[in-house]
Design a protein around this ligand. Structure first.
Ligand code: OGA
Ligand code: MN
Length: 292
């Protein structure tokens, strides 16, 4: 296995090991798992990105998340991100599937709005437009390490509230429908996530976050916006330019990502599988004390 750096301080391209190797060989899994813990973002190029291979690879890392209500393929392993409709047509730019892509263009970490948040996501490129539609990544571990130590001390014990509706409402008031609002009530997480394998902390924020315990709402929103701005400063962002056959995996504990727009008249189809976090991944420490 060879690791080629992608960005300053995070991200590597993995060479010499395929998705299938990881699914079928314990040593390959161990090596890739160590690279994931260390580098937060992994790229595999020229893969056979069939659904079953993607699931076999993903489940080596832990339990798979089921897609939430009102998604394409709800209740299954595959999140299908596409602007191709059920009848094979490219959907109009006002369609919900395009609004979903626009919501993915807000800086976020996957599933911080769920009762069990995500350890990692695996995204594969199936059909790409000729240009644009990149995905951007930044390290919230490095962002945490850039914060002044007095702010780190304060944030170590701070708790933020995340909800699916909070990010969707920034795009369109109807994007989160009633069923989703019912199924996905707000959840609370500490503002930092410690990786138990290397003891490094990462800032845990996202467009889903909107409140901080013990803080006035406006101050909290301002603080969260400042933290997001700091984490996503241009010079710290890696832009992934997709090729078909790419598989990218990121650590949702230590990365923010966002999709970029493209010409919505052209097809872009991606498939995501998502691995749930467990206590072995530090989840127990991210849970705040229960409110009474
Ligand atoms: C995702 C996501 C952005 C993109 O799959 O979780 O945010 O560029 N994707 O498709
Ligand atoms: Mn995402």
């Amino acid at each position: 296995m060879e690791l080629v750096p992608l960005a300053q301080g995070f991200g590597v391209e993995v060479k010499g090991v395929s998705l299938l190797d990881v699914a079928s060989d314990a040593d390959a899994y161990k090596a890739v798992r160590a690279a994931f813990e260390e580098h937060s973002l992994l790229l595999f190029r020229d893969q056979n990105v069939a659904d079953d291979i993607q699931v076999a690879y993903s489940r080596a890392f832990g339990p798979l998340e089921l897609t939430k209500v009102a998604s394409l393929g709800a209740g299954g392993f595959y999140s299908r991100l596409t602007n191709r409709g059920a009848n094979g047509e490219i959907v109009p730019p006002t369609d919900r599937q395009v609004l979903v892509a626009q919501a993915n263009a807000l800086w976020h970490t996957d599933s911080s709005f769920k009762k069990i948040p995500a350890l990692a996501s695996v995204l594969t490129a199936r059909v790409l437009p000729n240009e644009d539609g990149d995905t951007e990544f930044t390290s919230t571990r490095l962002a945490w390490e850039r914060l002044p130590s007095d702010l780190q001390d304060r944030l170590k014990n701070s708790v933020a509230t995340h909800s699916y509706a909070n990010s969707r409402d920034q795009i369109h008031p109807d994007l989160a429908n009633a069923e989703e609002r019912r199924a996905l009530p707000p959840v609370r997480w500490r503002l930092n996530w410690r990786n138990p394998t290397n003891d490094r902390r990462a800032l845990y924020v996202a467009s889903h976050a909107y409140a901080i315990d013990g803080m006035d709402d406006r101050d909290a929103r301002q603080m969260l916006a400042q933290l997001l701005d700091e984490a996503t400063r241009r010079e710290f962002v890696y832009t992934h330019k997709w090729r078909t056959g790419d598989a990218v995996m990121w650590d949702n504990r230590a990365m923010l990502h966002r999709g970029r727009p493209w010409d919505y008249g052209k097809e872009r189809t991606m498939v995501r599988t998502t691995i749930s976090a467990t206590d072995a991944d530090g989840l127990n420490e991210v849970k705040p004390p229960v409110l009474h």
